[in-house]
Design a protein. Structure first.
Length: 95
């Protein structure tokens, strides 16, 4: 098995004021980066957990970033909620 990561196509998602899935579960995932490119706060949750604004992992506006590492490794779905409607995030997944 190669130690190099293979990037998926860059993606984006629109986050609303209710919790919703932004990244599907992926058993082959080896890396994940989520960047808040909106002017609003975005909070994340994993698996079947609903995201709760300003709880758990919270990304500040205009560049707040979460990068999966060995301590936060997950293949679960990623859910998000934002402080304002139509908040965009950029996503890069690796397998």
């Amino acid at each position: 098995m190669s130690s190099l990561l293979t990037p998926s196509a860059p993606a984006s998602a629109t986050v609303g004021v209710a919790s919703g899935q932004i990244v599907a579960a992926n058993g082959a995932r080896r890396g994940l980066v989520v960047i808040n490119t909106s002017a609003n706060t975005v909070s994340l949750a994993f698996g079947s957990n609903a995201a709760v604004l300003n709880s758990g992992i919270t990304l500040n506006a205009s560049g707040g970033t979460w990068e999966m590492d060995k301590d936060t490794y997950t293949v679960a779905a990623v859910n998000a909620i934002a402080s304002g409607a139509a908040s965009n995030v950029s996503i890069q997944e690796y397998t």
